[in-house]
Design a protein around this ligand. Structure first.
Ligand code: PLP
Length: 387
């Protein structure tokens, strides 16, 4: 594993050294429960509240508007199920066709219990048309959800416009910003979004810790019941080391955002121009309207899993389609690519290369050679490929 070049930063990012340093004392030293009255409890509470303030600053929220959860999935579930439960008389939900399974699955769960779900299509570049959202909203719409940036193809949505449409219609609007945060400057104090999901492990923080921003005044019902932590909206003893790690990761993400984006864009452009010179390699999504770290390709004549394993053997970790779901979804074409009008064949030949702040130009140059070798070799082996 030592020499593996990691190009799968949309799946998860490496833990930043200073995040680890911030977390270690909380795991090594005697610890308290933030709900306890004694000094150790008070110290744990203080650490949690400092981290909350840091996560709030990343998106210009007030600390009171941040609830800690166990990750992006829980934040999305809490938003979709909790907003629906808080408006029980409304039985209609709108989501985009390219949502992460955390939103899609929660909406399907509502559908199974009698809700009507409208799924908004996207353009060939993976973008939701605001006019379609406006048309889909109804007096009985409990909530709408559109992600800030897509985890597979990196397409960035017109979030502010969509939020304005929802506000005008009086509909709460949830945004999954798990991939966008730390890459796109987010300022909820100037925005009209109602709730917004974050996850630490996409920002060089620990896995298993996330947050849900809930705008002051937005009605949300809990989905977990117990000790009433996090304003009664997310019961369960807080993951103090995880929260502290998230706080440090958020601080760094805010401070280094511009620098990271500039660095990633340089690598992304080198990758795109390198790979698209190979015949039969197509970039999915818009060239510019995409996350700074994302390159998503369909490679004619090649099966994605074969390419990922070949590259792995050459020392490069990349994602096939969406790494979040690929090990569990079996052989199903990505709904995101199908919604963008790609064929099943194109979807099955899709790989995702996502760079991060620690990748170098040399790594990208060497990767381009390995990629070209792998594609040529796999095509030679394929009985179906004719150039
Ligand atoms: N939303 C998006 C857009 C994601 O990319 C992911 C994870 O890949 C999630 C939600 C789920 O986050 P977590 O892994 O923290 O549960």
């Amino acid at each position: 594993m030592q020499n593996l070049v990691y190009l799968d930063n949309a799946a998860t990012t490496p833990l930043d050294e200073s995040v680890l340093e911030a977390m270690l004392p909380l795991m090594r030293e005697p610890r308290g429960n933030p709900s306890s009255l004694h000094a150790l409890g008070a110290a744990a509470r203080e650490a949690v509240e400092e981290a909350r303030a840091s996560v709030a600053r990343l998106i210009e929220a007030s600390p009171r508007e941040i609830l800690f959860t166990a990750g992006g999935t829980e934040s999305d579930n809490l938003a979709v199920l909790g907003l629906a439960a808080a408006n029980p008389e409304k039985r209609h939900v709108v989501i985009s066709a390219i949502e992460h399974p955390a939103v899609r699955g929660a909406a399907e769960h509502l559908e199974a219990t009698g809700y009507e779900v409208t799924r908004l299509g996207v353009t060939a570049d993976g973008v939701v048309n605001p006019a379609e959202l406006a048309e889909a909203l109804r007096p009985d719409t409990a909530l709408a959800a559109v992600m800030w940036a897509n985890n597979e193809v990196g397409a960035i949505q017109l979030v502010e416009e969509l939020a304005g449409i929802c506000r005008e219609a009086g509909v709460t609007f949830h945004v999954d910003a798990v991939q966008g945060a730390g890459r796109i400057p987010i300022d909820v104090s100037r925005s009209l979004v109602s709730t917004l999901a974050l996850s630490a492990h996409k920002l060089y923080g620990p896995q298993g810790i996330g947050a849900l921003y809930v705008r002051e005044g937005v009605k949300l019902a809990p989905t977990l019941f117990g000790g009433g932590q996090e304003q009664g909206l997310r019961s369960g003893t807080e993951n103090v080391p995880g929260i502290v790690g998230f706080g440090e990761a958020a601080r760094l993400a805010r401070e280094e955002l511009r620098e990271r984006v500039r660095h990633e864009e340089t690598l992304r452009e080198a990758l795109i121009s390198g790979v698209t010179h190979i015949p039969g390699v197509r970039l999915n999504g818009h060239h510019e309207n995409r996350l700074s770290n994302n390159v998503h390709l369909s490679v004619e004549g090649v099966e994605a899993e074969g390419l990922v394993l070949f590259l792995d053997a050459l020392g490069y970790a990349v994602g096939s389609g969406s790494a979040c779901a690929s090990s569990t979804s079996g052989h199903k074409a990505s709904p995101v690519l199908l919604a963008m009008g790609r064929t099943e064949r194109e979807a099955f030949s899709a790989v995702r290369i996502t760079v991060g702040k620690d990748n170098t130009k040399d790594e990208v140059e060497n990767f381009l050679e390995a990629f070209s070798t792998a594609v040529v070799r796999l095509r030679e082996l394929s009985p179906l490929y004719t150039s």
